[in-house]
Design a protein around this ligand. Sequence first.
Ligand code: UT7
Length: 319
Amino acid sequence: MTKQIGILGTGSAIPERILTNAELETMVDTSDEWIVTRTGIRERRIAGPGDTSAKLAFEASVRALEAANLQATDLDLIICATVTPDQAFPATACLVQERLGVSNIPAFDLSAGCSGFGYGIGAAQALLGTGQYQRALIIGVDLLSRITDYSDRSTCVLFGDGAGAMVLGPVPEGYGLLASDLGADGSGGHFLYQENQYIKMSGSEVFKFAVRVMENSTKRVLNKVGLSTNQIQWVIPHQANIRIITAAAARLGIPEERFFVNVDRYGNTSAASIGIAFDELARSGKLQDGDYLVLVGFGAGLTWSALLLKWWAGDVYEQ
Ligand code: UT7
């Protein structure tokens, strides 16, 4: 019998510095009105000189371990999703491992753009499913401000920095991860890529892809276990643009109130966004034991990821 894998604790870390739309108005030819109506973003967080991907990833991880009531020595595996590591190598996961004071367990990074958090969960689920490992730390961290061209108004208003983390491990029968749908279409790689240090994006192409895969990937995970959209209590989408979320909600026929949204406060934090959003939702006290949740993302690759899970409140989040 396969052991059920679920979320034992979540954490997040965001830089203190807030970059407002008003400030962006002084940097490029844009307006608060354009940014809010076209994206839903009001402000985003920007890494300070002392912030690094490893530092934010570590802080989010410590919070996730605390929420799970576990020590770093209880971990068997660390996976970090990022496209902005502080260095190409060693892996950010190894830098976090060192800061956590553990050794020997496997630690590696993966690159799947803004779908990275979902890919991390999917990879961990497969590895935990072998029975070789019990508990995994999944981190999504990106400091996109380090690769954003602040003279390009079509991208610089969108992105922010942050880290999200989760501890995965055994949960009671019937709970935890029920289905996943990970995918990629490399033929769309040229719609979102890094060149000469900076992010380049065909926004409207990514937009259309995003709405399509959010609908289709969500439907695929539901179909795998025979659930319908009206049984889903919460969708935790990648936070890129409120219009993408609204369009996906309409196509799925799921009321928008059941989509967790914080894009207004953080912008698009890439691989961190679902981790940060999930952490805020888990700590809000709004999740009920047994809720069906969908985590769905899309990003550079082009990639997508959807995960369906049944929330186990455990001893940790029950207030
Ligand atoms: O996580 C995955 C990564 N990325 C995404 O998910 C982004 C997906 N795409 C989007 O969110 C949207 O496509 C954007 C927000 C990037 C752009 O919105 P849009 O409605 O697709 O606008 P557009 O690119 O078609 O541009 C419309 C107009 C253009 O002017 P013209 O050519 O019609 O005169 C742009 O130059 O808006 C202009 N524009 C701006 N105007 C004011 C583009 N950026 C700005 C800006 N301020 N910041």
